[in-house]
Ligand binder design. Structure first.
Ligand code: ATP
Length: 245
C-alpha cells in the first residue's frame, strides 16, 4: 500500500511559536490510498503538523506539496479547494441546521461544487457511507455524540477530499462506539482513500494504519509499520516519559 504515487510531501516543515519549535524539520510523504498514522505523546506537535498541512498555520520554514505542487503558501480555503479536508478535535457543526444541511454545507468547500438536488443526493450518499442516512432530517442538536462525529465525517467527505485529515476522530467515544468508529474508518480505508490519522487509540493505529510517523517534541523520531514503530525503544521511551501516556 505504500508504493503508490506520492500525494502529499512535507520537507523541512517547521513551525515556531516564539522560542518553542512545535514542529521541527518534519519530512514525510503520504502515498495514494495510504493510511498514515501521525502519533506521539501529548504536545509532540501532531495537531500543529495537521494545521500546517491544512493551511490553518503557515510553516516558519519548509515546504508542503500536493502532488508535487507547493501549497504551503496558500490560504486554508485554497488548500481545501485543492482537496485537503480535515475533521477537528472538537466537532464543528451548526446545531440549528439539519444533518443533511450540515453535510451539504461541506460540499460547498470542496474542489467540486454541487447545487440543488444534486447536492442533496450527494450529501445523502455521504450520510449513507457513515451510516446516518436515516437521520438526514434530524437536527444536529438531537444526535448522540458518535452521530455528531459521523455527520462531521460525512460533511468532510462531501468535499471529495484527495487527502483526508482526521484529528483524533475517535477521541471521546465509549468502547462500543469506538468499535463502530474503527469499522467506519476501515470502510473509508478499503475504498482506497488517502488518510492522515492523528490518534491516541493504539488499537485503532494497529488496525487502520499502513505506516506511522512518530513525533516527540516536534521531531520525527520513527517511521514504519505500526508494529515496527510501536516496538521501537525510542518510541516507547518517548511515550513513557509523557505523564499522560
Ligand atoms: N498557537 C500556539 N501558540 C503557542 N504554542 C502552541 C500553539 N499551538 C500549539 N502550541 C504548542 O506547540 C506544541 C505542540 O502542540 P500540538 O497541539 O501540536 O501537540 P499534539 O501532539 O497535537 O498534542 P495533543 O496530543 O495533546 O493534541 C505544544 O507545546 C503546544 O503547547
Amino acid at each position: 500500500m505504500t508504493t503508490g504515487p506520492t500525494v502529499l510531501s512535507l520537507r523541512g516543515a517547521t513551525k515556531r511559536f516564539g522560542g518553542l519549535v512545535a514542529v521541527n524539520d518534519m519530512d514525510f510523504d503520504v502515498t495514494e490510498h495510504e493510511v498514515l498514522g501521525l502519533i506521539g505523546p501529548n504536545g509532540s506537535g501532531k495537531s500543529t503538523t495537521l494545521n500546517l498541512i491544512s493551511g490553518a498555520l503557515k510553516p516558519t520554514e519548509g515546504t508542503i506539496s500536493l502532488r508535487g505542487t507547493p501549497i504551503s503558501h496558500l490560504s486554508a480555503a485554497d488548500i481545501a479547494r485543492r482537496g485537503i479536508a480535515r475533521t477537528f478535535q472538537l466537532v464543528r457543526l451548526l446545531p440549528s441546521m439539519t444533518v443533511l444541511e450540515n453535510v451539504r454545507a461541506g460540499a460547498v468547500f470542496g474542489h467540486r461544487r454541487r447545487w440543488g438536488a444534486e447536492a442533496d443526493a450527494h450529501a445523502l450518499r455521504m450520510l449513507a457511507l457513515v451510516g446516518l442516512d436515516r437521520r438526514a432530517n434530524a437536527h444536529v442538536g438531537e444526535l448522540t455524540y458518535i452521530d455528531t462525529k459521523r455527520v462531521e465525517l460525512a460533511r468532510v467527505l462531501a468535499s471529495e477530499p484527495k487527502v483526508l485529515l482526521l484529528d483524533e476522530w475517535l477521541a471521546g467515544l465509549n468502547p462500543t462506539e469506538l468499535e463502530e468508529g474503527i469499522t467506519l474508518i476501515k470502510r473509508l480505508r478499503d475504498e482506497g482513500r488517502t488518510i492522515i490519522l492523528v490518534e491516541h487509540v493504539m488499537d485503532a493505529i494497529r488496525s487502520l494504519c499502513d505506516r506511522c510517523v512518530v513525533m516527540s517534541t516536534g521531531l520525527k523520531i520513527a517511521e514504519g509499520t505500526p508494529e515496527q514503530v510501536l516496538s521501537d525503544p525510542e518510541v516507547i521511551r518517548a511515550y513513557l516519559g509523557d505523564d499522560d501516556a
